[in-house]
Structures are given as C-alpha cells and as structure tokens.
Design a binder for this molecule. Sequence first.
Ligand code: PMP
Length: 292
Amino acid sequence: FHDRDGFIWFNGELINWRDAKLHVLTHALHYGSAVFEGIRAYGGEIFELTQHSERLVEGARIIDFEIPYSVAEIDEACRQVMKANNLVEAYLRPIAWRGSEQMGVSAQHNSINLAVAAWDWGSYFPMEQRLKGLRLTLAKYRRPDPATAPCKAKAAGLYMICTIEKHRAERAGYADALMFDYRGYVAECTGANVFFIKDGVIHTPTPDCFLDGITRRTVIGLAKKRGYEVIERHIQPEELGSFSECFITGTAAEVTPVSEIGEYKYTPGTISETLLKDYMELVQPSKQLAAE
Ligand code: PMP
C-alpha cells in the first residue's frame, strides 16, 4: 500500500505518500507502542471526527504517551489530508507511535510521532447483497481481561490476535470470526462490534473489555430513537442459537447483517434492515438508498 501517489500528513507536514517511511528500529514496531484510528468520510464530511481524535489522544495516554497535538489539531490534520488528496468518499487512518531514538522496552525519551493517511473508499454494497449477511466462524483467542491489557485503547498490539483470527476465518471461507472474552462471554468481531435480536429486543455485549465502538454507540442511539429496546449485557455462547437476527457495526463495516455464526443461522429482518438504512441515511443524508 506504500507505492502510490498522494499525500500523507506526517508530524505536521504533508509529504509524498512514498516518502512516509520509518526506521526499522522504531519502538512501535518492536513493542507495539502505537495507537490508531479508522475514520470514514461521506460526501466530503468526516463522520464523528472529533470523537475519533479524542479516542486517539485518550488511547495514547492509556498506553503511556502524550500525542504532541491537540484534538483540534488532529481534526485539522484529517481535514488537510482529505483536501490534499481531493477525497470525497474516504477512509482515514491516523496513527501515533513511539519513534526509534532509543532501543529497549524503556523508551521514555523517544519521539512521539503522528501521521494521518487517507484514501478513497466508497462503501456502497447494494442493499440486497448486504442483507444476505456475513458468515462468521468462532475465534479461539479471547479478548483479554482489562487487568491483562489496556483494552480501552485502540492500540496496535491488541490487533495481533485479531489478525490471526481474521486469517483463520478467511482461510476457512468465512468473512470474519466472532471473538469471546476472557470469561467466555461473546465479545466482538476482529474489527467490529456485534448485536443480536430476539423477540423484537436488541441485545449487545457490555463493552467492559473491548472497544465501545463509535458506530456501536451511534446505532444504539438510532435504535432507541426508533423505540427499540436495547439491552447491554453479558451474552453466553450457549445463547447464540436463541437469536433470530445478528449484525455487526464498525466504521468500516457500518451496519452489516450476519447470516451465520458457526452452526447457527440468522435471517436479517426488519430491525437489522431498519438500522442499516437509518445508519446510512445518517452518514450520507444526500444519498438515495432506494437508487442503489
Ligand atoms: N472493535 C474492534 C476490535 C475494532 O477494530 C473496531 C473498529 N474500530 C470496532 C470494534 C468498532 O469501532 P468503531 O465503531 O469506533 O469503528
């Protein structure tokens, strides 16, 4: 992905995409000392930009460093990248990391760096195709105990097991894997939160050891606005067979129905469809979904 035209915001400057390089002794590469964001822009508008910038700054603090830019400056960097690359429908990837000045677990005096890349990313799967749903398998690795890992940070190191599980799922012909937590409760997918529906009520895992996604919170708001009951609670794996609908949420996934988890089957129904449409209308109010 490094060999292409465009501009990347790198420590305060817009530089050529191909020149946005790091040294091999970068602390973040060896010890996982990086936090990042995934943000989307629709019709030139960056969705919930400030919430993402705040999560980045907060995540860095959680993993013990202070990004040398304010939330407002990070917002502005994102806007500059959009403009420099003439983007309208886009995915933005801010990342903050410890640099390469000192080598070892301790990196008290290493530089703290920030870069923002952005690229063209239209989302529009036809509604019909989305409603067919994704097939998920069950992950083996579990989301760690908050006493074991800084699970509220969108930290690079926490994605190690996500990549392993995503690859395992893809090799077996699935779109993604459902991950459980350290207690065995249903947690999330490798890059998205999960929701279930039973008897007209929405159930979603309590985000006490994984990311409380910005899309997740948005969708809960949309559901409540529709008058749907949303219950956040611990969900046992044995319950997976008792739900009628399932969908995942995330900046990249938006709202995407699930048709299968292991041996269990789901059929996207009114609630999934309504929330998918409500979400797309919220993020891209100008688009006519009916025209898809
Ligand atoms: N969980 C994980 C592991 C993720 O990577 C993401 C995507 N950032 C989410 C949940 C959903 O978060 P958001 O809705 O803020 O994108």
